[in-house]
Design a binder for this molecule. Sequence first.
Ligand code: PMP
Length: 419
Amino acid sequence: MDKDLKVFEELESEVRSYCRSFPTIFTKAKGSLMWDKNGKEYVDFFCGAGALNYGHNDPNMKQKLIEYISSDGITHSLDKATPPKQDFLTTLNESILKPRNLEYKVMFPGPTGTNTVESALKLARKVTGRTEVITFTNGFHGMTIGSLSVTGNAFKRKGAGIPLHNAVTMPYDRYMDDATDSLDYLEHYLEDGGSGVEVPAAVILETVQGEGGLNWASNKWLKRLEELCSRFEILLIIDDVQAGVGRTGTFFSFEPAGIKPDIVCMSKSIGGYGSPFAITLIKPEYDIWAPGEHNGTFRGNNHAFVTATEALKYWENPEFEKAIHKKVEKVTEFLNRIAKDYPELDGYVKGRGLMQGISCGVEGIADKVAAEAFSRGLIMETAGADDEVFKLFPAINIDDATLERGFSIIEESVKAAAS
Ligand code: PMP
């Protein structure tokens, strides 16, 4: 083993994970490319698990950040008022929310995806005075006690010794089969006062399950879920931590469904540049926390405000979103061809937008494809309960040549893994 890698083995906890799948020392990154200390180049089809939707070191964001730091702009300010925070709030409202006919108050819950999920769950309890939460099979919402208790992953939950805490897991869309609407079951459950079923405070879900295997909810299903929530006065929380910020083709993943969630959780790429940042969007009528009732030291990092504002500005040009849709078409076409041309995978295409992959029926083969890809210079991860899906997660602004280069590496890797 490389002697530099040995340091991590000796000094870092056994829980480390991605450094095992990608065993090298990364030194540099730009756009959709990364380099390691040996100068080897990698195409990044992983994008920091969705934290780098705009690629690495975006030139506009970098420039603004350098200018801000050079001018001795404030880095840390708790939640005090600063110009970068003002710009962020204004740009989010004017360039993203208003054009989509959405009205939300913005809350800064702390720097991570888990922080926004925790804030949403807590707020839903306060708003409704109820405690239960409906969650869905294979959902992923974070690793703290609260967010883990609504995460449908037995391996991670059992390790923490926690059962579902005030959470009830329901079947996600198409969990049973294409013809059965799992919301019939939820509706029946909610109507069942007789056996002691309590109306929950909230329903939390991802529209595409990023970690759980790229299962995705149809527009019709989401619309019906919204109707059920409204009928029973349950708050609808969309966790857009991974599926948001253009990952599915639109800024918010729920836009094509035409729904208006009560609370939206965002993190990962909302900061634009890969720095820790999260926001919780709250319908104004639910903005009922008293000042300081939910706080934290890292609520709004000014560097992240600077880059996040710059990132949001891309969306002011309609061509930006159109270009993502073109990339989505290319990815869909490529994956459908691979699934057809390589029956050895026993696979089918799953997911939506730029979060699609192939679910493989042959055990262990998706991991093999990802490992072959790494050795050929492409970074990609697997998802699903058995890591059965290899997942394409290119930057939303990747150039066509790099996208095609990634496709070639993946096809070579599929050939190698299938042989
Ligand atoms: N929600 C979703 C949908 C996620 O994908 C993740 C992270 N993979 C989280 C929440 C938790 O985010 P974080 O790791 O930043 O706490």
